[in-house]
Design a protein around this ligand. Structure first.
Ligand SMILES: NC(=O)c1ccc[n+]([C@@H]2O[C@H](COP(=O)([O-])OP(=O)(O)OC[C@H]3O[C@@H](n4cnc5c(N)ncnc54)[C@H](O)[C@@H]3O)[C@@H](O)[C@H]2O)c1
Ligand SMILES: [Zn+2]
Length: 681
């Protein structure tokens, strides 16, 4: 046996310290600092050294253990059957070697072996114990022997049955599976966290693990978690299933979700083919997988093969390329979205992430840049998964060069030069050139033409897209200069509909001051605010000249709205656009700004979560137009909460306070009724 020299000993000690720290950050804090690739490299190196110098192996080496010791915040749960890790294969050769190895051990030469292949879900492993069909305990993997008791948290997951389906449940069932978060759920959770200064997670795995390990189950309940079962650890009495795949079908009958991608294949060729096909599907699945788990399907053969220290002999994980990589951030550019939001985009040293070259990643907004503490020249970890835009998730500060530069947020819109507004308390910075900015042109025109603005009949979204794309319409006033003959050249626009549109444009010119103000699309100026502004100032000129103080004196106008209005009218381009519209013949009689019935007057409403049929701003405007106040937080005075998709803490608070909560469908139904009532009278 070779004797290790002090240098090797040093390296081993150092690697172990690094890996222990990485395990703690990954499994306990759910906040890794190393990428998985870096972690795996270190673990492999340690394994090599231990193979070369077996004397150095200690029972507590990271190569001998799984996960990390359970956190003290939870009761300890001893696993009756240990929760192990899996050996890895990273290429076809290693898959073939695995198949040869098991065939040799089983002395199954010549006979094709059946393997059950499943996606390797990238979440957090949990174990669930059912007695007489009832869920009695749920735990994390922990260090494999002892996990954290998180039963109450797991009970909040709808995909975990609290009682097994069917009338003859086994006396005892222990099921293992992965708790995952879909890409959609993950994005929505982080989006909420960014808005409310909550914890932003690097990836769905950390988000799932972190959400499960909340001390308060009510927090877990708000997180979009799903459970997918992949193993039966114990079943008593035995039900006579001969294979893993039969057990999975049984779990389906008991009410569990199992992978839809599960398939039984034969031999190494079958496995390799499955891995290739699943690899191609990976980006479209909507959740993270980091590979394929391959298991001997026959349960008797599984038992014959048994386990080694860290992993079963009858299974292997084929690893897909990592979805996180590190690269250099060369520069940051700023893009204007269609609603004027300014998004910082990281220009990266191109790097291949899971088979796709990534050269750009989003940095979301100025707060995110602060949160990450990122500078130009930094080495950053990026993540690309599914169809989600690649993101910068972490800075590797130790690699920061001496000439790293601070990222300066621009003061003027890169598309049109208007001032960028970055209001206190708002995460998103925006271009204030609403009507003028080419990046916002389509949206601005769609808003202007909409029913509650200028109400231009027949000017739909598709038509606006065409007009802008052909460059026939650059400013709102250009709309009113369109001629029927020219319009008739457009696809699916006959002579008749062109003439109708021109007539509708003519008709729309006669409007009201309130509609005109609303049509300008000033941020946060909904219909109700527009009415208040029109009523207060009476004349457009007076509104345009108003200072912030005067604006704040208007009913329902707070500092934020006042600032938006003020900035809007300070932009020379916006003023030109308005002059131009008036020159085209837009007009209104002040006295037309009349009273509208306001069935919701005096009520306070709260919107939370994502609405499918409208933006939150629009929902707010429509409520305000009916007289309601729309508040940002729930209190006892709240009349009603509208809960959209992925509604979070506000929904929870409303439920605690006994405030009425309605879903989007009910909201739409009621809005329709009230709005009809309002326009009838
Ligand atoms: N970045 C870091 O700092 C850091 C630290 C520690 C670990 N890690 C990463 O964690 C991984 C190692 O973790 P591990 O020990 O949990 O091993 P593993 O994740 O490679 O394999 C075991 C796990 O696979 C999961 N699994 C998913 N689908 C399954 C299925 N269908 N059947 C059976 N099991 C399934 C189970 O949760 C099981 O616990 C590596 O990828 C490593 O890079 C990273
Ligand atoms: Zn702009």
């Amino acid at each position: 046996m070779t004797q290790a020299d002090p240098q090797i000993l040093d390296e081993v000690t150092h690697l172990r310290a690094e890996l222990d720290d990485a395990n703690y950050r990954y499994y306990v804090l759910d906040e890794p600092r190393l990428t998985d690739a870096d972690y795996d490299r270190r673990l492999r190196r340690l394994q090599e050294l231990e193979d070369a110098y077996p004397d150095l192996v200690t029972p507590d080496s990271p190569t001998q253990r799984v996960g990390a010791a359970p956190d003290a915040g939870f009761p300890e749960v001893e696993h009756a059957v240990p929760m192990l890790s899996l050996d890895n294969a990273s290429n076809e050769e290693e898959i073939k070697a695995f198949v040869r190895r098991v065939a040799d051990r089983l002395e199954a030469h010549g006979e094709p072996l059946a393997f059950c292949c499943e996606p390797k879900l990238d979440g957090a492993a949990v174990s669930l114990v059912f007695e007489q069909g009832m869920l009695v305990s749920g735990a994390t993997r922990g260090d494999g022997r002892t996990g954290e008791g998180i039963t109450s948290n797991l009970r909040t997951l709808r995909s975990i049955p609290l009682r097994l389906r069917g009338d003859a449940p086994p006396e005892l069932l222990e099921v293992r599976g992965e708790v995952i978060m879909s890409h959609q759920g993950f994005e929505a959770l982080n989006e909420r966290a960014r808005e409310s200064d909550g914890k932003v997670f690097a990836n769905p795995r950390n988000a799932a693990a972190g959400s499960l390990r909340q001390l308060d189950p009510r927090v877990t309940a708000t997180r979009p978690l799903e459970f997918s079962a992949y193993q039966v650890a114990r079943i008593e009495p035995e039900q006579g299933d001969a294979s893993h795949s039969q057990l999975m079908a049984r779990l389906g009958d008991y009410g569990f979700r199992t992978s839809q991608e599960l398939a039984v294949v034969e031999g190494a060729e079958g496995i390799i083919d499955y891995c290739r096909r699943l690899g191609e599907k990976r980006d479209g699945l909507g959740y993270d997988i980091d590979g394929v788990v391959i298991k001997i399907d026959n349960l008797r053969l599984q038992r014959e093969l048994g386990f080694v220290a860290r992993a079963p002999r009858w299974a292997i994980a084929f690893k897909f390329p990592a979805q996180e990589e590190t690269t250099r951030l060369n520069d940051v550019e700023f893009q204007v979205g269609r609603t004027g939001a300014i998004t910082p985009v990281a220009r990266l040293e191109p790097v291949s992430v899971a088979g796709v070259t990534v050269a750009n990643a989003t940095l979301h907004n100025a707060d995110e840049i602060d949160r990450l503490g990122v500078m130009i020249g930094d080495t950053v970890a990026i993540r690309r998964a599914g169809d989600v835009i690649p993101q910068v998730i972490r800075v590797l500060e130790e690699y920061r060069p001496a000439d790293a530069r601070v990222i300066e947020f621009p003061e003027h819109c890169p598309a049109c030069g208007s001032d960028i507004e970055h209001l206190e308390g708002e995460v998103v910075a925006r271009c204030s050139g609403g009507l003028y900015c080419p990046a916002q042109r389509k949206e601005a025109l769609k808003h202007l033409a909409s029913r509650r603005a200028l109400d231009i009949d027949g000017l739909g979204d598709k038509l606006i897209d065409q007009l802008v794309e052909r460059d026939w319409v650059r400013t709102p006033a250009d709309l009113f200069r369109l001629e029927a003959e020219r319009l008739a050249e457009l696809p699916r626009m006959g002579k008749k509909s062109s003439e109708n549109l021109v007539a509708a444009l003519e008709k729309a010119k006669k409007t009201t001051l309130a509609r005109f103000i609303f049509a300008l699309g000033i941020r946060e100026v909904g219909e109700a605010t527009a009415v208040n502004l029109a009523r207060h100032f009476g004349r457009l000129e007076a509104l345009m000249e108003a200072d912030i103080e005067t604006l704040e004196a208007v009913e329902d106008v707070g500092p934020v709205v006042a600032a938006h209005v003020h900035t809007f009218f300070r932009q020379p381009h916006n003023r030109e656009t308005i002059d131009d519209l008036i020159a085209c013949g837009l007009s209104w009689k002040e006295e037309e700004v009349g009273e509208r019935p306001q069935p919701l007057a005096g009520q306070s409403w709260v919107l939370t979560g994502t609405l499918e049929s409208m933006t939150r701003d629009e929902g707010k405007a429509r409520l305000q137009a009916l007289g309601a106040k729309v508040a940002g937080s729930v209190s006892r005075k709240t009349a009603c909460v509208v809960a959209g998709e992925a509604a979070g803490s506000k929904l929870e608070k409303a439920e605690q306070m006994g405030v009425e909560v309605i879903d989007e469908a009910t909201f739409l139904e009621r809005l329709g009724k009230w709005e009809k009532g309002a326009s009838d009278s």
